[in-house]
Ligand binder design. Structure first.
Ligand code: KIV
Ligand code: ZN
Length: 502
């Protein structure tokens, strides 16, 4: 049985989804979870893209044990040098460089000939190789590239030392039979192809990213590039949970598996949702809320008699368990820390103290605290950035036949500023008050509110994405009062912008 490598690009291609940008702390949190999940390679960012990306790659390389840490780099000298600076201290490191190869890209975007593109690709693989042994090359837009030329490029970069050659379906154009045939053609025609690992990187524009990746595995690909929840540029990338569970469930067909610890799948999915604010659709395979829900009477009848009648994957296999009441008002710090450790959060004493204080306040409002509540509490703490603005007071009046009014107090530096605003609803009034105090020019892209667990006393979690000068960030906040959670989410997003400016 072959072992297929999982190359996770949630922190690079995934982060390219509108509104999904993450700060360094959030990226570290995701990277630690990816290590628990057992991915082979983490593409931690694109070092030259921004100082934030560079710093995130460097810190992940220093703090996350297990996977190879990789930085993306265009086929340019300055990119490769910057990628090297970012990964050089990681115990296991890789540089991933790429150049377009399709005539469409070469003619209209890069304005270079095929010969020139090939020469640059080889030179840049050689340059990357002078820094690090583990070099990956991607001929971008491979699926719209002339197959003869693609074979030439792949052969040349293997000769230059690329240990992995990744075949991207950059615009999600291919279909499984065609993509499988392309991988087979490479294996048939490229000299020394078995000296390298052939990877695939499929986008989901036609909803075929997972199917295309699986077709490639059937034809010899040994690495799949994917993201948690399938987030990524446009319609996203191949979704990690789908491709991993397809390989595991149908080992009989693929004769291949991955090293993924599948019980970490749900937690990874929830973490990425929380941090990016991008919820998965309820009917999404594997991680959607309805993925294991059986509604029809006939199905329920069958399941009660024998699970395998309608269940092809055990929910526990992906880390889905019945929500349990875990802690309450009388639980102590020790039980709190132990449960967080079991959930995979290793917090410092200071972080535990802060989270425990918030836990006690929550336990006063809510009798039963579930794992999901604890995760919300901790991830809100971890998403904290330097607080340029801090919510210190909020009074709301709203109801039938009454203009909703918010009286809101923010701490800005050493000053406390109070504003009263009316709105179409209480959330609108709160957002207007915050906008008026901060003077922000950002516009609201998305606002979503969700109950974390059942019951009317549940924690409400709010995600809001805002945009300024073409850049967007998501903020989140949770509270048993959804108006307060909304204020926290908006302020968190504004603080992220301020942190980025600084
Ligand atoms: O989609 C793509 O082609 C990419 C490359 C950089 C691998 O993301
Ligand atoms: Zn991509």
């Amino acid at each position: 049985m072959r072992t297929i490598k999982i190359f996770d690009t949630t922190l690079r291609d995934g982060e390219q989804s509108p509104g999904a940008s993450m700060n360094v702390g959030e990226k570290l949190q995701v990277a630690k979870q990816l290590a628990r999940l057992g991915v082979d390679i983490i593409e931690a960012g694109f070092a030259i893209a921004s100082p934030g990306d560079f710093e995130a790659i460097r810190r992940i390389g220093g703090e996350v044990e297990g996977p190879v840490i990789c930085s993306l780099a265009r086929a340019r000298e300055e990119d490769i040098k910057r990628a090297w600076e970012a990964v050089k201290d990681a115990p296991k490191k890789r540089i991933h460089t790429f150049h377009s190869t399709s005539d469409i890209h070469l003619k209209y975007q890069f304005r270079v000939s095929r010969e020139e593109a090939l020469k640059r690709s080889v030179q840049m693989v050689e340059l990357a190789k002078s820094f690090v042994e583990d070099v990956e090359f991607s001929p971008m837009d491979a699926t719209r590239t002339d197959i003869g030329y693609l074979c030439e490029v792949v052969e040349a970069v293997i000769e230059a030392g690329a240990l992995t050659v990744n075949i991207p379906d950059t615009v999600g154009y291919s279909i499984p039979s065609e993509f499988g045939a392309m991988i087979k053609a490479l294996f048939d025609r490229v000299k020394d192809i078995r000296k390298t690992v052939i990877a695939v990187h499929c986008h989901n524009d036609l909803g075929l990213a997972t199917s295309n990746s699986l077709a490639a595995v059937l034809n010899g690909a040994g690495q799949i590039e994917c993201t948690i929840n399938g987030i990524g540029e446009r319609a996203g990338n191949c979704s990690m949970e789908e491709v991993v569970m397809a390989l595991r469930t149908r080992r009989d067909i693929f004769d291949a598996d991955t090293k993924i610890n599948t019980v970490e799948i749900m937690r990874s999915s929830r973490l990425v949702t929380k941090i990016t604010g991008m919820y998965v659709q309820p009917n999404k395979a594997i991680v959607g809320a309805n993925a294991f829900a059986h509604e029809s009477g006939i199905h329920q009848d069958g399941l009660l008699k024998e699970k395998s009648t309608y269940e092809i994957i055990k929910p526990e296999a992906v880390g889905l368990h019945k929500t349990k009441f875990v802690l309450g008002k009388h639980s102590g710090r020790h039980a709190f820390r132990t449960r967080l450790n079991e959930l995979g959060y290793a917090l410092s004493d200071e972080e535990i103290n802060h989270a425990f204080e918030r836990f006690k306040r929550l336990a006063d409002q809510k009798k039963e605290i579930y794992d999901e509540d604890l995760e919300a509490l901790v991830s809100e703490d971890m998403a904290m950035v330097y607080e340029t603005y801090r919510l210190v007071g909020l009074f709301i009046s709203a109801g039938m036949h009454q203009k909703p009014t918010a009286v809101l107090k923010l701490k800005v530096g050493d000053e406390i500023i109070e504003k009263t605003e009316n709105g179409d609803g209480p959330v609108d009034a709160v957002f207007k008050a915050i906008t008026s105090i901060t003077g922000t020019k950002s516009s609201l892209l998305r606002y979503e509110v969700k109950a974390i667990t059942g019951g009317t006393d549940a924690l409400g979690e709010v995600v809001c994405s805002i945009e300024e000068d073409g850049k967007s960030v998501s903020g989140h906040g949770s509270d048993t009062d959804i108006i307060i959670a909304s204020a926290k989410a908006y302020i968190n997003a504004l603080n992220k912008f301020e942190a980025r400016k600084k």
